[in-house]
Ligand binder design. Structure first.
Ligand SMILES: Cc1cc2nc3c(=O)[nH]c(=O)nc-3n(C[C@H](O)[C@H](O)[C@H](O)COP(=O)(O)OP(=O)(O)OC[C@H]3O[C@@H](n4cnc5c(N)ncnc54)[C@H](O)[C@@H]3O)c2cc1C
Length: 387
């Protein structure tokens, strides 16, 4: 199926699609079975320069606009892959780029661009605080030329496959700050050093292959020079990267939705029951058509969010709507795809059940739909804050 609508970055999409041909369904299925990391795929993407798309050229990246990064991630999903294994590398480094010192940028960004260092672990969520980020319990206490970190993160994706982690920790107790968003700081943590120094990583077996872990910090020493920006302003720095993250995940969901719609449509044309193609039944074709329309509507908002972001205009509303609508569109398409395939939708070899599990995540993480609705209610509609 050709989903092209005169997309920008068609050359990038074509090149990514070609790369993805080397990593077919069997590749992803085997990893999924073993809950193993797609190292060969991530290496290939890195070598081709796709993961450093957003790193400026002066630091060895390609300095491409957000729309190009979105096109890369969308195409991976559309080809049946799972960009969740590495997408964070694209957006986590944004905090370093925007708020890091020249020394930090020169030290880390060129090596991230070549793939020598992987910065794809993002330590925010904790078991007791959940979505209420300002209530995190992990603390970083200044002690001379370093900080001592104690606490626990949960659902930290790819911690076992990262050289660096972007860590959010409290540097001033919540009760001592005027605003609950103050007193939080972000750090670059060298994972290899930390693992020999009080950090323990425990994998979490989850519904899909996402390299999920819990990370424990027991007096982990982090050099003070790894603090990004000003101590106590970390929450703001994290928020400043949220729009890019939302837009990129939304693009992935659009890619997923297209994959499911394409699979469902092809099967509906091929499968013959009661002497005719199942796609001849409106009970089969209408849900696919509806999923297609909803995907296209979500895609328009994704494109609008990208255009605003690239024009350096406020895109909070559009980025949030894009993430929510695209995640709903991919989930609707996933459901319809299983239904269209009947029993075969559940068979591993069709890849549908794997992608179905993978795409379900995006209504919960990196931000759940309820929190997006809260954002729209409060910041767009002016309704009272609900939490
Ligand atoms: C596979 C996976 C990978 C992840 N990767 C990372 C990662 O790399 N780094 C990281 O830091 N985190 C990661 N997360 C965590 C993810 O961001 C959180 O799971 C998500 O933000 C929700 O937090 P929670 O699970 O604690 O849910 P809770 O905060 O406990 O919320 C539970 C439910 O209640 C709803 N809810 C809570 N408060 C409100 C409210 N005020 N109004 C309405 N509804 C509300 C939530 O939306 C949710 O549906 C990952 C999670 C998963 C499952």
């Amino acid at each position: 199926m050709n989903f092209s609508t005169g997309h920008q970055h068609q050359d990038i999409r074509d090149a990514v699609a070609q790369l993805c041909q080397k990593f077919p369904g069997e590749y992803w299925r085997e990893l999924d079975r073993e809950l193993a990391y797609p190292k060969a795929f991530v290496d290939a993407l890195t070598e081709a320069g796709y993961l450093s798309a957003l790193i400026p050229e002066e630091y060895g990246g390609s300095g491409l606009p957000l729309g190009a990064a979105a096109a890369i991630l969308e195409e991976i999903q559309l080809q049946g892959g799972n960009a969740g294994a590495c997408h964070a590398q694209m957006y986590i480094m944004g905090a370093l780029l925007r708020h890091g010192s020249d020394y930090q940028k020169e030290k880390f960004l060129p090596r991230i661009a070549t793939g020598e260092l992987r910065l794809q672990a993002f330590g925010v969520t904790e078991p007791s605080s959940g979505t209420d980020t300002t209530s995190i319990k992990t603390v970083a206490k200044r002690n001379g030329d370093h900080y001592l970190v104690n606490g626990q993160k949960v659902w930290t994706s790819r911690a076992e496959h990262s050289d660096l982690m972007l860590l959010l920790a409290r540097t001033t107790p919540k009760k001592e700050v005027a605003k609950r968003t103050d007193g939080l700081s972000i750090f670059i943590v060298d994972m290899n050093q930390a693992k020999q120094n009080g950090m323990t990583i425990k994998p979490i077996r989850a519904m899909m292959n996402h390299s999920s872990t819990e990370v424990f910090f027991d007096d982990v020493k982090v050099p003070a020079e790894n603090l990004i920006g000003v101590e106590g302003k970390g929450f703001r720095y994290i928020l400043s990267g949220m729009n890019a993250e939302r837009i990129l995940i939304a693009a992935e969901c659009i890619g997923d939705a297209k994959w499911f719609i394409s699979k469902a449509t092809n099967y509906a044309k091929e499968r013959v029951v009661f002497g005719r193609q199942i796609g001849q039944n409106q009970g089969i074709q209408f849900p696919i058509a509806k999923a297609y329309a909803n995907m296209r509507a979500a895609e328009l908002i994704v494109h609008q969010a990208i255009a605003l972001f690239e024009a350096d205009e406020d895109c909070g509303e559009q980025a949030n709507m894009a993430k929510m609508l695209a995640a709903e569109a991919s989930w609707e398409a996933a459901n319809i795809c299983i239904q269209t395939h009947g029993g075969f939708g559940f068979a591993e070899e069709y890849d549908i059940e794997r992608k179905f599990r993978e795409t379900r995540l995006y209504q919960v993480a990196p931000i759940s739909t309820n929190l997006i609705l809260s954002y729209l209610s409060e910041h767009v509609l002016g309704l009272p804050r609900s939490y």
